[in-house]
Ligand binder design. Structure first.
Ligand SMILES: [Ca+2]
Length: 130
């Protein structure tokens, strides 16, 4: 039941993103996420520093530039995966704690909308969350 609700929410988000993409010039956008990746941005609206994964990130606190990581900083995410897998982002490292998941070609431009702003520490594609 929970998964079904998330799927519906993700589908709505995808439609919403489509509308935004049409209305605005291609600037900061979910389309910045490379094909095949799961992407996370520091700011809402797919802006700020961006980190993508092809399989998973066990701890965002351990990647990035010296002195700055995306741990507990991520405000928008997008699943540009091409294998049909859902992308999940977890509150804690090593894919533990609460998580949000998104079907391919869906994401969230503002994680604050779903109570998940600046909380993410790990992320993965389904089947690579271990
Ligand atoms: Ca943020």
């Amino acid at each position: 039941m929970k998964i079904r609700k998330t799927a519906i929410a993700a589908a709505i988000a995808a439609v919403f993103l489509g509308i935004v993409g049409t209305a605005l010039p291609a600037q900061a956008a979910s389309s910045d996420c490379p094909s095949g990746a799961g992407c996370a941005w520091q700011d809402s609206g797919f802006e700020g520093r961006e980190v993508g994964f092809n399989y998973n990130v066990a701890d965002y606190g351990k990647i990035g530039i010296p002195g700055f990581t995306l741990q507990d900083e991520i405000s928008s995410v997008y699943n540009a995966g091409t294998t049909g897998r859902w992308a999940r982002w977890y509150q804690d490292h090593n894919y533990t704690g609460n998580y949000k998941q998104f079907v391919p070609f869906a994401g969230r431009s503002n994680l604050a909308d779903i109570g998940f702003n600046d909380r993410i520490t790990s992320g993965c594609f389904q089947n690579y969350c271990s």
